[in-house]
Design a protein around this ligand. Structure first.
Ligand code: DX5
Ligand code: ZN
Length: 220
């Protein structure tokens, strides 16, 4: 079964606790937290203070996606706030290897994120420093965007590059039951979904639908 990580960017921020508890109860594996700084991406969202509060209401691993410039400045803060997985953008790091190594030193799992235009080949020399590769299937900044088709090719390339390594391949942006199935077939094993889950009448059903998707399904 795939890892399902609902993105709280599309949750109801007036009822964040309710939505997170609902996701946990519905079988979500991780909570995906989108951190944006208004520089690396046009939008501004949440910081360590909110993560600290989320940490108090769920046992689930917090999957923190940093869409910020110079993310190395905030790794300690997010780790202290309770992040379990910390992912930085390849495009935002001058010294990517050092940053990934540092994330691991804090005890968190290290993730690296690729924008749609960034090649998987940029990760060739840091492949043993990552626990997770996050393939963006939209340009980061907002929920509710349309899935970019070339992501499928990139996921396959990442899968081939990883060979036997135990590294999560997570996909983020425009994921629903259909794109979700396709990215799993391409080799991904973790799905982020924001609007598909939280804009639905019954978010729990959507989480369940994603959990049941299987790469070996014949219906694609
Ligand atoms: C986009 C964020 C995503 C976003 C996905 O910049 O990284 O995690 O919440 O939203 P959907 O699933 O609606 O595309
Ligand atoms: Zn994200």
């Amino acid at each position: 079964m795939p890892i399902v990580a609902p993105s709280i960017l599309s949750a109801d921020f007036n009822n964040l606790e309710r939505d997170i508890r609902l996701a946990e109860k519905a079988g979500a594996d991780w909570i995906h937290v989108d951190v944006m700084d208004g520089h690396f991406v046009p939008n501004i969202t949440i910081g360590p203070v909110v993560v600290e509060h989320i940490r108090k209401i769920t046992q689930l691993p917090l999957d923190v996606h940093l869409m910020i410039e110079k993310p190395e400045r905030y790794i300690d803060a997010f780790r202290k706030a309770g992040a379990d997985i910390i992912s930085v953008h390849q495009e935002a790091c001058t010294h990517l290897q050092r940053t990934l190594q540092y994330i691991r030193e804090t005890g968190a799992k290290s993730g690296v994120v690729l924008n749609p235009a960034t090649s998987h080949q940029t990760l060739e020399y840091v492949i043993d420093d990552v626990d997770l590769i996050l393939v963006m299937s939209v340009n980061p900044g907002f929920g509710g965007q349309e899935f970019i088709e070339t992501s499928i090719q990139k996921i396959q390339a990442v899968r081939n590059m990883l060979a036997h390594r135990k590294v999560f391949i997570e996909v983020d942006g425009g994921i629903n039951d259909q794109t979700g199935l396709r990215v799993l077939k391409a080799g991904a094993n973790a799905l982020v979904a924001g609007s598909y889950v939280f804009s639905a009448q019954r978010p729990a059903d959507r989480i369940q639908t994603l959990k049941k998707l299987s790469a070996s399904s014949v219906t694609a």
